[in-house]
Ligand binder design. Structure first.
Ligand code: FAD
Length: 423
């Protein structure tokens, strides 16, 4: 089967068969359970941000693109009351107060060296500069809660020049011009690039592959007055990933999906100490449920950590030299730009999941490249961590990984459907 990708992945010491087994048996079931909980299913998002890059986009009239936001009554009290925000911000508030006291006790003009140094310390905790992704302002009246379980990622019919413009813009303008060289020689050319640029392309291509697997796995098969029938469309899947039908590109795109999987899995393994702190709560206001969810989340992260063949992110941006730093900055800016392009996606359902998945990948990258802050994190509740994740980052991180994990699981379903067809 063309979708039976095998062997070792490029730039990783990991084989695809190990990922398949590990994901389908160990990760996928636990993750599905976790993502159905209130903390993870309600995602606050602004789907009305204007596109920052072009103004001539058309209105999407496709009915399958509609997103139904939650009414206030549907959102758990704990999330609405914004108590979680207070909990989330306690360490920052303490830090701010400490700094304020420090500035007062210095009794000096605000531009003195001591104050500047104290402000510098404060800035270290403002993690905007560590981000790889633009986040929506959750306090904006335009941001709304969406129940992800009621608005699943699936076939919407969004295609043609509008969809291509988004993908083209991502690859051509925002992937270090990686797509300017197209056709047969592309992958050979890619091999000649530095590992960071190759990794960047693979992440985006993996995300693209995942979206296209989902739309093939939850395709609109039939529709009448009473119901819509969604399910696997094998020929749609073949069209997108069969070696013969994609000039040999399909299996490479699936390998990129596995690469993305490894990157996000590695981030989950690394972030375990952050969630293990007693001060961390998956707060929705339902005490028993919240505690159970935290237990499940920690179980999942321990499983993620037990994976034997993790991607070695230290191979990226190695060294402290200027060139490596510049590359990391470019990487960050480029990725931020891609997250802004999501506001140009006309189909609201595609925009919702596109935003969530780029934010989730942005959170994973932030984790991977914050090793020092995570290692320095105290495990007692009364000291403040120098590393922070907002609820939006946490929800998007786990849901984005949920999408990739589901795609890997769907490949198994397609393999068995294809083999049934042959018999
Ligand atoms: P496209 O998928 O549009 O691809 C364009 C070109 O990119 C291809 O011709 C090929 O040369 C190249 N390409 C394709 N796949 C890869 C890859 N993995 N790696 C590298 N290059 C590749 N549609 C839905 O039905 N449901 C959704 O939820 C949905 N979400 C979307 C989210 C975003 C952010 C975007 C931009 C689009 C989304 N779409 C969704 C549309 C979908 O991705 C396709 O664009 C659409 O189905 C048209 O497909 P296509 O065959 O024309 O090729």
């Amino acid at each position: 089967c063309f979708c039976q990708v095998t062997g070792t992945l490029d730039d990783c010491a990991c084989d695809v068969e190990t990922i398949d087994r590990f994901n389908n048996k160990e990760i996928f079931p636990k993750l599905q359970k976790l993502l159905s909980s209130d903390y993870f299913r309600f995602y606050k998002v602004n789907l009305n941000n204007p596109c920052p890059f072009w103004t001539d986009h058309s209105q999407c009239g496709l009915k399958y693109c509609a997103v139904k936001p939650c009414t206030l009554g549907e959102v758990p009290e704990g999330l609405k009351s914004s108590s979680y925000k207070v909990l989330e911000r306690i360490p920052i508030i303490i830090q701010f107060l400490a700094l304020f006291v420090q500035v007062l006790s210095l009794n000096v003009c605000p531009c003195s060296d001591e104050t500047r140094q104290a402000l510098q310390e404060w800035k270290k905790h403002d993690d905007e500069s560590d981000r790889f992704c633009m986040l929506d302002d959750e306090d904006s009246p335009k941001s709304q809660y969406v129940d992800l379980l009621l608005n699943p990622e699936r076939f919407t019919g969004y295609k043609g020049p509008e969809a291509w413009r988004i993908w083209n813009s991502i690859y051509e303008e925002n992937c270090f011009n990686l797509f300017l060289i197209k056709g047969q020689g592309f992958y050979r050319w890619l091999e000649g690039l530095c590992v960071e640029k190759r990794a960047f392309f693979r992440l985006i291509s993996g995300l693209h592959a995942s979206i296209n697997i989902h739309l093939s796995a939850r395709y609109l098969l039939d529709e009448n007055w009473f119901e819509m029938k969604w399910g696997h469309n094998v020929s749609e899947f073949q069209l997108r990933f069969d070696k013969e039908l994609t000039e040999g590109e399909g299996p490479k795109r699936l390998r990129n999906l596995y690469f993305l999987y490894l990157i996000e899995l590695r981030a989950l393994a690394k972030i375990l100490p952050y969630f293990e702190r007693p001060a961390f709560h998956l707060y929705t206001g339902q005490h028993t449920q919240d505690n159970e969810n935290k237990k499940l989340l920690l179980e999942l992260l321990h499983v993620a950590k037990s994976f034997p063949l993790h991607f070695d992110e230290t191979a990226l941006f190695a060294g402290n030299n200027k060139e490596a730093m510049k590359l990391k900055e470019d990487f960050k800016l480029t990725f931020k730009n891609i997250s802004r392009i999501m506001d140009c996606v006309e189909c609201f359902k595609c925009r919702l999941w596109g935003k969530l998945q780029t934010q989730g990948l942005g959170s994973a990258l932030k984790i991977l490249f914050s090793e020092r802050q995570i290692d320095a994190m105290p495990n007692t509740s009364n000291t403040n961590p120098s590393f922070q994740l907002s609820r939006q980052e946490i929800v998007s991180l786990f849901n984005a990984f949920g999408r990739i994990s589901t795609s890997v699981r769907e490949l198994e379903n397609f393999r068995s459907l294809l083999s049934n067809l042959k018999q």
